[in-house]
Design a protein around this ligand. Sequence first.
Ligand code: UD1
Length: 432
Amino acid sequence: MDKFVIRGGNPLLGTIRVSGAKNAALPAMAAALLTEEPVILENIPQVRDIETTRKLLTAMGAEVELGYGRAQHRTTICCRNLNAPEASYELVKTMRASTLVLGPLVARCGRARVSLPGGCAIGTRPIDLHIKGLERLGAKINQEHGYVEAVAERLKGAEITFDKITVTGTEDLLMAATLAEGETVMQNCAREPEVADLADLLNKMGAKIEGAGTTTIRVRGVAKLHGAKHRIIPDRIEAATFIIAGALTDGDLNITGCDPAHLGSLLQKLQEAGVKTRHTPDSVRVEGNANLKAADVVTEEYPGFPTDLQAQYMAVATQAEGTSIITENIFENRFMHAQEMLRMGANIKIEGRRAIVRGKTPLSGAAVLASDLRASASLVLAALVADGETIIDRVYHIDRGYENIEEKLRGVGAQIRRIGEILPKRRGSGAA
Ligand code: UD1
């Protein structure tokens, strides 16, 4: 298992380029299942979840070319010959987003068999809303032996109101509805930029979708979709993680290739904490502040403060003067990083969904354990401001969603290196 060894204390200075959004690329790859023609996706991040999705699609008979180069990260997916519309437990347990194939498969093939994801490091995370929505679209559902099976000769447009806002649930049903007969109106949809990006791709493939990025999405079903070429949006969580790194280390960073319009809630929170940022249409410049102020954070669906940044913001709160209350509203068990930050000297008390962080506390390097993708990122951030050396174990979590994070950070002055151990490879928990 690889580990990161980080020596803290350097202000980060320079430029970091953001990769394509993992959470937009995953549904986009699943969308290729909806057509017999090739779908070309650019700005694909070089992360492990993409590799898992490639395996998932290949196992069904899809042809997936995936290439990473200096100028272009691109995949071409052709799903002409699908032999087995199935997602096995082996793959779904390593990446929950595998369930995104459920909607497209039943829409295109008339049936799908997808493993239920099971437990997750950050909460229970059921997929009941995906299943209920497919039933509304006319699919017959059977759950047995840990798998969900959906069958429908042709899905039929329907009104679907989500009981709760779900990102991949919205995406799954959006894809299913594109090939349904008649109109589908979905209410209480997720408004995340990744949903809008998926709808852009689907419309390029011939779908008739309106309202993606708002709470109500209308889809007029079509009989067939065709191939398309699409560029994935920048990763807002990766961009935000680097912005926080600049803020925390009292550095001066220019984060390029990002979309500041997707970062509003974080930039506003950092301003409250005393951090100065400036932006152009595709970059954010952040100047750190050695005198950060406490600010409360409440995670919400987009455009609220993302749960995927809660852990990283906790690192900021440990270095801010005063008490910050961080409330996690989306997942029930997403404070695992707090226990590790405590070991580094932070003052954090967990009360149910709230973390009370008292700052400013000096952090000292320690051996810590990464529990999930975003928790790993938060420990990297804490380590960058800690005194001495931090060793972060289980960084396979971070490899699921951050492209070359150590190289990107080293490029702006961080002392971070990866060390490997010759042990059998372990799998990720599937969190976020
Ligand atoms: C997506 C993101 C993840 C992010 C999360 C919330 C991807 C690949 N992953 O995950 O990074 O942390 O959104 O912004 O895009 N829920 C149900 N039933 C369902 C579906 C969801 O109860 O059928 C609940 C979940 O347990 C959770 C909440 O709804 O409490 C939101 O989850 P959801 O938006 O679905 O998260 P994901 O789409 O899995």
